[in-house]
Ligand binder design. Structure first.
Ligand code: C2E
Ligand code: CA
Ligand code: CA
Length: 942
């Protein structure tokens, strides 16, 4: 270390670092020294250090010098020096000898630290402790030295002179019985088992006598690196007065405790003059504290008492202390440890007076009266309840006679108390319950102590009302019957409300007849009853005819009145076992029970129709409606309830369709067929989607030349299981269903596609397709046709022909002519199929734009044997030529037919005799072989 570096440390230190010769002359003086002592280096260098020493500490220098000469260090020596300004400064000084190169001690270096603030703090503390009259002790565990303050000696009565500053001095002053306890307290704290040292002991005085009670406290203020206390500071205080009092009290309590425990009372003692308050263990435990847990003082006591009760308690004490009362007594709520209030009865009395005759000690008891208070409260409440209860209350004695009744009893029953007291509750009974009921009731009360139920009673004015009644037995602590208490409330309104609810839930608010919900119950019951009998049940669905019109014309109010009127009229003709229900709107359902035969059912229904057909005068409007009824008979129709309703509904629609104001009996057989039909249509729809349909083609030829004129497309169903099906097997099911149009479109497009295929193979083939009347006359037909043609622009519309059946053809001739004209204008040809079978052939012919008439095959078939048919064929041919239409014969089965037709002037023919309908692939081959066949050549030769 260089001297410069050393100098830097010395200069920067806050501690005073001072060097001096053995005779006390200052040789170095740093900045720290200047600050602490107030002298500059110039002032001090060469000066004697003694100017810093207070008068009374001058001999310290001698002591220091001695140590230096012995080559010893002095560490942390606390002392006082005087600053330049004359003020005291507390310093902690460490001094080391300075040796020359030869090792001879030539001076000393002093390091002094200013500990004035620390000292002042300690002084303040001491002062504060002294002010409390506590004795102070300060135990250095390293040296074993104990410092004791003046108060310490004052309290213990030992002289400071006897004190050798060891712990032994202390032990000598402790009563031998209290030594173990004190040792334990110290050991616990030193070992870290307690936060502080605290114990009481009996002091052994200078004369060896036990006198005072001392309370000692202490706490570690310094610890070594291992946390073990190295210094403990504590106090002593004289607790003799309270201790003696306490011991006396304990003795007294001990004597009293047996008595007190028996009475379960707490005990308190109060020094009126010192305000010292003592309580017994029970006093504390009564409030939920452990004995000794409470720190009781009068102020604290005041806080424990409920603010509402405190003034009167205090007043009672004051009056007693003034001698106005023989004893103090107050009831008050006192706060328990858990914060609740407990009712306490406190009683007390002055037990000691001082020399001047002033009250000194007051003692008393605490009694827990919570239970009594609760009981009193309950009693008060019960009385209030009894008087104000909305429920009627009656107390009945053991003889079952009325003992007391409350105002609600009078309100509900109408009887004044004096009218019923001493009488049997039987005077209230309505007679609605039988003797058995009361027997069971009393039995329940006697065996279980309780009964509750609904009961009908009679008011004084005779009115019968429903009440909920509960009866309880009241017994005393020993279980002996005291009396009965009956509690009841008038529930007639609730009853009425219940009924109202039931009505709303189950009855139609307008007509008062059962609603759909109740009907469900009734129907289920009726079915069950019918199952047990040989008779039938008729389920009828009734719908008014023309009701909507009346509603619209006269308004809903009139409509509603009409519904009510009809319902009334219907009810009048029904038997009691029948049910009339309204489902809503003008829809009713009737359940007619015990029907012997369909005939009987018809008779009843006729009567019902008549009843529904009433002429009603509603607000000066004469209104009449009729009804359509659908009926199904159970068990002939052995369906479930829902299905029965549906069947009746279906039948009702048939009655409507059949012209209204009638009934229609559901026929399970026709329903089965309808069901099958529906399933079949489903199947057909699938077939269309699955491409199971195909077209066969049957040629049409010119009998004269043998030329093939075209083909008729005929629909086939390639059924996966049943094989190839002809139209007769399935077309009837398509008629009138939503399938007609898609199937018609499919035929159009399939035929056009085939024509396109033939065209691509170099053949122009004219194709006629059969069109269903429904599709033809539908709004979409023209569009469907146009669309189909547009898909095949290479096909001339003229090579397509539509065959329309005459029979089914045409109801609406105006519409038909419109549609057909459109077809014509598109260039499509039209043929009237099965000509001669219809009725208005001539009209059609005149008004509709058909180019071709197809003579029905039935005439052609028999023309060779049946003159009449021949005549028809002849007639048709002539008619055609008269109207400039061409004619074709179908069903030409033999060449004889062909020859005969040719003779009559019909050149065109189609039939098995020429060719059977064939698959399109076979058609071109067929043409090739056709011309060489002998058959048609034979005709030419005829
Ligand atoms: P239709 O329009 O009168 O068709 C002629 C029917 O006579 C065809 O029966 C055909 O196979 C049959 N036939 C042809 N030559 C002879 C013969 O020499 N002797 C006998 N006994 N019968 C002959 P098919 O194919 O069973 O068709 C029955 C009916 O079904 C058709 O009568 C037609 O009204 C209808 N139909 C066929 N295809 C369609 C179609 O695609 N759409 C519509 N809406 N109806 C069609
Ligand atoms: Ca046809
Ligand atoms: Ca035909």
């Amino acid at each position: 270390m260089t001297p410069a570096y050393f100098q830097a440390i010395v200069d920067s230190s806050d501690d005073a670092i001072v060097g001096k010769t053995l005779d006390g002359i200052v040789t170095s003086w740093n900045r720290g020294a200047e600050t602490i002592f107030g002298y500059t280096a110039q002032e001090m260098l060469g000066q004697s250090l003694l100017i810093l020493f207070p008068q009374d500490r001058l001999d310290e220098e001698r002591f220091i010098l001695k140590r230096m000469m012995e080559g010893e260090r002095i560490d942390h020596f606390e002392t006082v020096r005087i600053r330049k300004d004359g003020k005291q400064v507390h310093v902690s000084v460490s001094i080391s000898p300075i040796r020359n190169a030869q090792g001879v001690i030539i001076g000393a270096s002093k390091v002094a630290r200013d500990i004035t603030p620390l000292k002042m703090e300690q002084e303040r503390l001491k002062l504060a402790l002294d002010a409390t009259c506590n004795g102070l002790w300060d135990w250095d565990l390293r040296t074993g030295r104990v410092y004791r303050s003046d108060h310490y000696y004052a309290i213990t009565g030992h002289d400071a002179g006897e004190d050798d500053h060891s712990l032994d001095f202390f032990w000598r002053t402790v009563h031998s019985q209290d030594v173990p306890n004190a040792r334990q307290a110290m050991a616990d704290h030193i070992a870290g088992r307690s936060d502080r040292i605290e114990f009481e002991y009996r002091l052994v005085s200078k004369t060896g006598q036990m006198g005072k009670w001392i309370h000692a406290r202490g706490q570690a203020v310094e610890r070594d690196a291992w946390g073990t206390p190295t210094r403990i500071v504590g106090t002593l205080s004289d607790i003799t007065p309270s201790k003696l009092f306490d011991v006396a009290l304990r003795d007294r309590e001990k004597r009293l405790s047996r008595v007190l425990e028996g009475s379960d009372q707490g005990y308190w003692d109060w020094n009126v003059q010192t305000n010292y308050f003592q309580v017994s263990a029970r006093w504390e435990s009564m409030l939920g504290y452990a004995p000794g847990e409470m720190d009781v003082s009068t102020d604290h006591w005041a806080e424990l008492v409920h603010p509402d009760d405190f003034p009167s308690a205090l007043q009672s004490i004051e009056r007693h202390l003034r001698g106005e009362t023989a004893s103090h007594e107050a009831e008050m709520r006192v706060r328990t440890k858990t914060g609740e209030w407990k009712w306490i009865l406190t009683r007390g009395k002055v037990v000691e007076y001082d020399a001047d005759g002033m009250p000194l000690m007051m003692s008393g008891t605490h009694t827990d009266i919570s239970e009594r208070k609760v009981l009193e409260q309950a009693q008060r409440e019960a009385l209030t309840v009894f008087a104000n209860s909305y429920e009627g209350i009656m107390v009945v004695d053991v003889q079952r006679l009325i003992l007391r009744v409350n105002p609600a009893f009078t309100r509900i029953t109408g009887y004044q108390p004096e009218e019923v007291l001493g009488k049997s509750p039987g005077i209230l009974s309505s007679g609605r319950q039988n003797e058995r009921f009361y027997r069971d009731m009393w039995h329940s009360i006697e065996s279980t102590g309780f009964w509750s139920g609904e009961i009908w009673n009679r008011r004084k004015n005779g009115e019968i009302y429903a009440q909920i009644l509960s009866i309880s037995q009241v017994t005393d602590g020993q279980g002996r019957l005291q009396h009965y208490v009956g509690l009841f409330s008038d529930i007639s309104q609730i009853k009425a409300h219940e009924e109202e609810l039931d009505r709303v839930a189950h009855y139609d608010p307008l007509t008062g007849t059962p609603n759909r919900r109740l009907l469900g119950d009734r129907l289920a019951q009726a079915i069950a009853r019918t199952d047990r009998s040989v008779l039938s049940l008729a389920v009828c669905y009734l719908d008014l005819d023309g009701f909507k019109g009346i509603n619209d014309r006269f308004g809903h109010v009139t409509g509603d009145k009409l519904l009510v009127g009809v319902a009334e009229s219907l009810k009048a003709v029904l038997r009691s076992e029948d049910t009339l229900a309204r489902l809503g709107g003008d829809e009713f359902v009737l359940l007619l029970a015990d029907i012997e035969s369909p005939e009987e059912c018809s008779l009843i229904l006729e009567r019902i129709l008549l009843a529904a057909n009433v002429l009603l005068n509603i607000d000066d409007n004469m209104v009449r409606v009729s009804a359509s009824i659908g009926v199904t008979l159970y068990p002939q129709d052995s369906s479930d309830a829902d299905t029965l309703m549906r069947h009746a509904d279906q039948a009702m629609y048939l009655a409507k369709e059949a012209g209204k104001n009638r009934f229609h009996l559901f026929d399970p057989e026709s329903d089965r067929k309808a069901q099958e039909h529906r399933e079949f249509v489903e199947r057909l729809t699938g077939a269309l989607q699955q491409q199971e349909f195909c077209l066969y083609y049957q040629p049409k030829i010119d009998l004269l030349t043998g030329e093939v004129q075209g083909v008729e497309a005929l629909l086939r169903w390639q059924h996966p299981e049943r094989g190839l099906l002809r139209p007769a097997a399935f077309l009837p099911h398509v008629q009138g269903t939503r399938l007609e149009r898609p199937l018609g479109i499919w035929v159009m497009q399939a035929a056009l596609a085939q024509m396109q295929l033939w065209l691509s193979q170099g053949h122009v083939v004219k194709v006629s397709i059969n069109v269903s009347a429904t599709h033809l006359l539908s709004a979409e037909f023209i569009d469907d046709l146009r669309e189909a043609l547009a898909m095949y622009p290479e096909i001339l519309p003229a090579s397509l022909e539509l065959e329309v059946l005459e029979t089914t053809a045409i109801d609406d001739i105006t519409l038909a002519s419109f549609v057909l004209d459109q077809c014509r204008s598109m260039g499509v040809n039209l043929a009237l199929d099965d000509f001669g079978t219809g009725y208005s052939s001539l009209t059609y012919l005149r008004k509709l734009p058909f180019e071709v008439l197809k003579i029905d095959q039935s005439f052609v078939r028999d023309m060779l044997r049946d003159a009449e048919d021949l005549g028809i064929v002849e007639g048709v041919i002539r008619l055609a030529s008269a109207f400039h239409r061409s004619v074709i014969a179908e069903g030409v089965e033999t060449m004889e037919h062909g020859a005969a037709l040719l003779k009559l002037g019909c050149r065109m023919a189609q039939g098995y005799g020429i060719a059977r309908p064939m698959r399109p692939e076979a058609y071109l081959d067929w043409i090739k072989t056709w011309k060489t066949q002998a058959a048609w050549l034979a005709i030419r030769n005829v």
